[in-house]
Design a protein around this ligand. Structure first.
Ligand SMILES: NC(=O)c1ccc[n+]([C@@H]2O[C@H](COP(=O)([O-])OP(=O)(O)OC[C@H]3O[C@@H](n4cnc5c(N)ncnc54)[C@H](O)[C@@H]3O)[C@@H](O)[C@H]2O)c1
Ligand SMILES: O=P(O)(O)OC[C@H]1O[C@H](O[C@H]2[C@H](O)[C@@H](O)[C@@H](O)O[C@@H]2CO)[C@H](O)[C@@H](O)[C@@H]1O
Ligand SMILES: [Mn+2]
Length: 441
């Protein structure tokens, strides 16, 4: 059985240990000969790298492990690049969240002005990773988690249309785990229909493998409780702010009681509520730095100090199962059904064929093949048309270095109340991002 060579781009990410632990836990179904980390922050990556070197030596000594900041060393002889970089790191995420809040507008990692700012930083960095991959390992697939996935995916569609890059999100997978718990099934037993953009979609059908329709049961539960469940069904997102988001799905569902919504819709449908419940001086970036980042880096330091990982400091991360299953689907041509971000090309039959949409796909060695979801209703279509225009305008603004188009993107975002507020936020974002964005004219 072939053994695969994996590169994790964004080696210093808080998710890297969870992904590596998941890879180590799946060696029988997905054999690996090499794991390498790549990051552009040497010091940050070194902490994770040293701790993982100790861990891997104890668990699977036959796997060759290394970490590097040199692109050629990183990208040579790789089968799968699992990418999760954060352009500008948490320092810039904090600004993305706090600048809009100054003007009473949603401050969020991937939605609204914060997501637009993050997109303007990520496009160039992602293209650089893709170019390294194609130069040093032309047959490699990139499985990309790096956000904002919708804008990154649109940039790939326009600027690297033939590259083997598959953009994905674990939000639907995480929510499906909650649905499975609600209907007393395993996630792998559920088959869904779903349509939307990344962080902007709806489930239209959830059935078990026998064809039993579970929508009615789920709609009844979620209209009362949102996606809040009694038991923790994931290792992440037990923080109060995320529990609040799962609960708010109840109010999103009220806007169309027929379809189960993605929780991210709260930023577009209830922005006033979100702003009212935000602390402009302490946002999610602060929570993550004090929580997940501290936890992961403390665990890494404890492993380095002890010289062993036998106390189990690193957890297997549920979030990582999707990316491992995806690599398997491509490696073994499994034709598994998975949600991916792909060019529409008629999958949503009454929507822009050139939009990057999130729909169920059959994934095999040639990548994802979208499954037709048919026509969508006017309400969802209207919301999606507005949002997809935002995403396309950001990519055009980046390519053309256009202030005008970026301003239009902000104006069009449903989270922003007026062109004048959009301009004030944009001017602040330009100043904050001068080391990252192209200079706009
Ligand atoms: N698609 C999804 O559903 C999903 C789910 C979880 C996380 N994410 C994304 O995964 C990424 C990582 O999240 P995190 O919270 O662990 O962030 P993090 O800041 O802990 O890690 C990101 C790492 O990327 C590195 N990096 C930044 N720019 C780089 C570049 N140009 N080249 C190489 N390395 C670079 C940083 O130095 C850092 O070590 C983010 O983009 C996040 O939004 C996406
Ligand atoms: O605020 P953060 O940094 O904690 O999380 C932001 C990410 O949230 C989503 O991913 C979640 C997922 O929904 C959950 O079920 C669990 O598996 O954890 C994931 C990562 O924290 C979202 O899909 C990502 O795009 C966000 O970056
Ligand atoms: Mn996501």
């Amino acid at each position: 059985m072939k053994k695969y060579s994996i590169l994790i781009a964004g080696g210093g990410s808080t998710y890297t240990p969870g992904i590596v632990m998941m890879l180590l836990d799946n060696l029988e179904r997905f054999p690996i000969r090499s794991i390498r980390l790549y990051d552009n922050d040497e010091k940050r990556q070194e902490i994770i790298g040293r701790a993982l070197a100790i861990t891997i030596k104890e668990v699977a000594p036959s796997i060759s492990f290394s970490y590097t900041i040199d692109p050629e060393t990183a990208f040579t002889d790789v089968d799968f690049c699992m990418a999760h970089i954060r352009s500008g790191k948490y320092e810039m995420r904090e600004k993305d969240e706090k600048i809009p809040l100054k003007y009473g507008v949603v401050g969020q990692e991937t939605c609204g002005p914060g997501g637009i700012a993050y997109g303007m930083r990520s496009i160039g960095d992602m293209l650089e990773l893709i170019d390294f991959m194609e130069k040093y390992s032309p047959n490699c697939w990139m499985l990309n988690y790096s956000n904002p996935a919708s804008i990154v995916a649109e940039a790939c569609r326009v600027l690297r249309p033939n590259s083997k890059v598959l953009n994905i999100c674990d939000m639907p997978v995480g929510t499906l785990r909650r649905m499975a718990y609600i209907v007393n099934r395993e996630p792998k037993d559920l088959e869904v229909k779903y349509f939307g953009l990344n962080h902007f979609g709806w489930w239209t059908s959830v059935k078990d493998k026998d064809g039993t329709d579970l929508m009615e049961e789920l709609l009844a539960y979620i209209s009362e409780n949102g996606y809040l469940t009694q038991k923790a069904v994931e290792t992440q997102h037990m923080d109060a702010s995320w529990q609040e988001t799962h609960k708010k799905a109840k109010d999103i569902l009220a806007t169309d009681p027929a379809y189960l919504p993605n929780t991210y819709l709260k930023y577009y449908l209830y922005p006033d509520y979100v702003v009212k419940h935000s602390n402009p001086n302490y946002t999610r970036a602060n929570e993550v730095m004090a929580g997940r980042e501290k936890h992961v880096f403390d665990a890494a330091k404890a492993i380095i100090e002890a010289g062993t990982a036998k106390s189990g400091e690193f957890d297997i991360d549920n979030h990582a199962l999707f990316i491992v299953d995806l690599a398997r689907a491509i490696a073994y041509n499994t034709h598994e059904r998975m949600l991916c971000i792909v060019e529409n090309k008629g999958a949503i039959s009454n929507f822009d064929p050139y939009a990057m949409v999130e729909v169920p796909c059959i994934v095999g060695s040639n990548g994802p093949e979208p499954l037709v979801q048919g026509e969508i209703p006017l309400f969802e279509k209207g919301l999606m048309e507005q949002q997809v225009a935002v995403e396309k305008l950001v990519v055009q603004a980046w390519i053309e270095k256009s202030y005008q188009k970026l301003w239009q993107a902000l104006i069009l975002s449903k989270t922003v109340p007026s062109a004048s507020v959009a301009k004030q936020i944009l001017d602040d974002l330009i100043e904050a991002n001068k080391d990252y964005w192209p200079e706009l004219n």
